[in-house]
Write a protein that binds this ligand. Structure first.
Ligand SMILES: C[S@@+](CC[C@H](N)C(=O)[O-])C[C@H]1O[C@@H](n2cnc3c(N)ncnc32)[C@H](O)[C@@H]1O
Length: 225
């Protein structure tokens, strides 16, 4: 199967980073959920241009380090450029998350929007958990597309007309069956993590809601257009 080149989607990746989470939600995760109060080393599987690093580092204790790995040399080059003038401790590798040899273990291993594109996401989760230090955390930010579709509202249009969940549900199910790639992976992750033997598994849903007001010139509105 031909693999998809994310290096050609730089603009899309850059544009979409503000759509998923509010900054206060990220801060809440770091302080209240993950309870990170001293410097941590974080490894990001499929880091792209370092999106998660940009979102997490401002809220992480000083002295923290962000390490990213991605298959796209173009995106890693962009990541190095993006962080070049920022005062954060970062390191980037070009490599395949299926096979890359990681020299050390991390307090936290994360991924964002990656498992849904994997033919065998549980294998990647296992690789992530193998890179975590005893007592550390595996964190996967992944979508559960069908539930986000149920939350769409278009003014003046009945939801069942714009978003027919029935056929979409079938479409996602068929796609996952034929490719292994599962856009509805989000809510299945706790089950997979439990099966891998991880404990204290938790699941959260982002509080971000995007509003497209045609009258508004806000940054979010522009991104949604
Ligand atoms: C949807 S993008 C998400 C990128 C980034 N995590 C973000 O949030 O912007 C998926 C990323 O996974 C990377 N990727 C896909 N297959 C990979 C593999 N086998 N090894 C390493 N990275 C991979 C792609 O190059 C791409 O950057």
């Amino acid at each position: 199967m031909k693999s998809y080149d994310w290096g050609n989607q730089i603009e899309y990746l850059k544009r979409s980073i503000r759509l998923y989470y509010n900054d206060d939600y990220i801060e809440f995760l770091i302080e209240k959920v993950w309870k990170i109060h001293s410097p941590v080393h974080i490894l990001d599987f499929g880091c792209g241009f370092g999106h998660l690093g940009l979102r997490l580092l401002p809220f992480l204790p000083e002295g923290s380090k962000y390490v990213g790995i991605d298959a796209s040399a173009k995106l890693i080059e962009l990541a190095r450029g993006v962080f070049q003038d920022l005062e954060y401790n970062v390191e980037f590798f070009v490599g395949d998350i299926h096979t890359f040899h990681f020299e050390q273990k991390y307090v936290m291993v994360v991924c964002h929007g990656v498992l849904l594109h994997m033919a065998d996401p549980v294998f990647i989760l296992k690789r992530m958990s193998d890179c975590v230090k005893e007592g550390g955390k595996v964190v996967a930010f992944e979508p559960h597309w069908i539930s986000s579709h149920a939350s769409f509202h278009f003014e003046g249009i009945e939801q069942s007309v714009a978003i027919p969940l029935g056929p979409l549900q079938k479409l996602f199910e068929e796609d996952a069956k034929s490719t292994g790639k599962d856009g509805n992976i989000g809510l299945k992750l706790p089950l997979y993590l439990n099966r891998l033997g991880l404990h204290d598994v938790e699941c959260r849903v982002s509080d971000k809601v995007n509003i497209l007001d045609p009258e508004s010139n806000s940054e979010t509105a522009q991104m949604l257009l």
